[in-house]
Ligand binder design. Sequence first.
Ligand code: PLP
Length: 356
Amino acid sequence: MGPGPSDVPPRVLEALSRPTIGHLDPVFLQILDETQGMLRQVFGTKNALTLPMSATGSAGMETCFVNLVEPDDEVLICRHGVFGGRMAEVARRCRANVTLVDAPWGEALDPDDVAKAAKGRSFKVLAVVHAETSTGVLQDLAPFRTIADSCGALLVVDAVTSLGGVPVELDRMGIDAAYSGTQKCLSCPPGLSPVSFSERARRVLSTRKTPVQSWYLDLNLIGQYFGGERVYHHTAPVNMIFALHEALRAILEEGLEHRYARHRQQAEALWQGLDALGLELPVARGVRLPPLTLVRVPMGVDERAVRARLLREHDLEIGGGLGDFKGKAWRIGLMGASATTRHVELCLAALEEALR
Ligand SMILES: *Cc1c(COP(=O)(O)O)cnc(C)c1O
């Protein structure tokens, strides 16, 4: 119950352990096609270029920036936690000129601040984190398409902790590129990063003046394996794709609406229980992220000792604070298969015992 990886259902672990077959085997290629189709459903998109990159969520982040950004491009990054900061670092390494808009730790970005930064300027990319796992804040994305249009930017969204846990609707929100990771609300082991690029993002990609600086993450090349031609680029991580295929099947069997409601219900129960223990939740209710809850460590409590005790006595992992919250907060995840009544009850009882 930390900030990921979440618990992996047995059926997904079983899929992971199936015999390894070739990455050009027709059976595998069908599973790959189905995986892409299911990813489109979960992302809420018809984007043809929707596929799992062969690395963790951070590689999905790099994929978006290295493919869309060229040296000297202007990039506007909205930062309300660690992962917005990581996007800025990745964009700078693409030699972009980065402009930052910040929100205080534990708060959502104010769209007016973003609009002000975009006003009268032109940007190649506007990027924002949907679910900030470092603070437990869910960013409302509704105003961002209009702001991106006002400065001519592609809208890039980090959906690592939101995908499969809260609604992510790329087409409805006008998002041009998004990335996620398998080990958060998709409840699959870490190792793949689903990404999706709109037609507009693909046009930007295909009209670059310079080659993508990363050969491994170049979507022009990878698209030729995932498209009809099946041109060898790198060996697909066959067993991880089996696992993701099964994880997505489980998600769609549950139904996206049910799944989002389950995350919200379990989070409400957790918040109520933490409140009853007298613990403070620094993030305002209206922007609280169901899959990840930030809890303030009470005065005089050794937060590391509590986490060590939870692990030792209760087999339970929760996360420590990051950035401004380092040493001052815990982060409790309710992601995918970990968002159950059993998890919530175990966590509340274990915390109560450890604090006592
Ligand atoms: C976990 C996470 C990442 C990085 O993913 P890795 O799989 O650790 O590389 C990026 N963004 C957010 C919001 C995350 O929660």
